[in-house]
Design a protein around this ligand. Sequence first.
Ligand code: GLN
Length: 510
Amino acid sequence: MNQSKAISNEEITSFGAVQLNTLFKSGKLSAIQIATAFIERIKTLEPSLNAFITLSEESFFKKAHELDFRKSQGEELGSFAAVPVGVKDNICVSGEKLTCASKFLENYVAPYESTVTQRLLDEDAMLIGKLNMDEFGMGSNMKNSAYGISRNPWNLDRTPGGSSGGSSSAVAARLCPIALGTDTGGSIRQPASFCGIYGFKPSYGSVSRWGVVAFGSSLDQIGPLAHRIEDIGLCMQVISGSCTKDSTCIDRPAQQYLRAQDQTSTTSEEPPLANMRIGVPHHFLERLNPDTKEVFYRHLELFEQQGAQVIDVPLDILKHSIAVYYIIACAEASTNLSRFDGVRYGKRSPKAENLQELYKFSKEEGFGYEVKKRILLGNYCLASEHQDAFFKKAQKVRKMIHQHYLNAFEECDFIITPTTPSGAYEFDAQMDPLQVYLADIYTSPINLAGLPSISIPAGFDKENMPLGLQITAAPFKDKELFQAALAIDPLCEKSTPPLNKLVKQAKIKK
Ligand code: GLN
């Protein structure tokens, strides 16, 4: 075999999952080389970013050694072999701490493996650690983590988004090529958009929720964040598909996202987006801030030039989605979080002298402000005297939102909007809590309707922060959505975060 030039650690960490797996399988890189490069980078940048809650260095290296050994024995290894994967800290990895970024679960160790991580392990992934998040998935900017904020590698004074902000920060800074996040109202797509990477929220029921700590059970989905679009496809074809442990997971085998991509890249004369009918809810976007609007419509024009047909879809009903989302999400959270009572899980207040006090003090000490607020809101909406006015009404509007989307998909193949109304903002930006909620306007209706949706990087705001384009498809058209994103992606304006500057700054700090 030709001895080729050594690949530097910087190059190694710049590769995506598919590339790392190929280099490992072809013998150009060992799993130990890959593991060492990523751990070194984490050691340099983590003090500036705080993306991890738990770094699983020991088991990570152990897995790397095992993979190198198995490879030396001629064993056929899986599609994630030697790929470092970060996992949001609300997903169970057996034997690892599972905190949900809450003090309540400070010392809680997951007793079993989630379906998604099991499937990645079956494909020989190397799990690198647990990523920071807003407590129990509630939030949009990482200010609700009990373990401190994670920072945006594009600008350390800005939020990486939330609630999967540790995942977006880590992937954008190349601390891992891919990470799992969860999305209840936008928590994969919004942080992906803020950090200039890809984030995929599958159709509700495409990916098993077994082993994810429930926030809003009828909204939650696990999905990947990555800095290479093909890695999204690779991950989806491993983690999706039926699971007997989650009754809301549809009975359908995982689809081959990547093979389909190869088949479509034929040498056709047609422009890349020929025959694609893109729905845009123009009226709903009217009040968008001018920066985001300009970038969005500039991209749309490009898509039209490349053969897409842009159709106006009347989705004014989406203006109700924030109210509906926060009623339903809080109602479901208030029941889901009742299991954290000081008896069954996590924190048990030492102050308590009787059972009532045990419940009271444990929750008081364990939960952060936002979580307490949402439990109260949820209980209020579910109380018998308020149920009709809030919860039941919200359910009715949710159904209408779903129906309006289905009607829109009679006219178009995909719906495109910006992912967020603006780029990532500064941590000390003066935003009241309502403003933060309102910024979920484009992402949350998609969870209400259970649709698949992806955020891809597309342009920058005036302060040079990345913006995202959100592409959404009809229920269970996840693979078609991925293919559309593949076709659209090369037309979108993007660049990489100023990582060298970040590394230099970090070195100086030490
Ligand atoms: N920002 C939303 C919220 O705070 C979304 C959260 C999520 O998707 N987990 O509820």
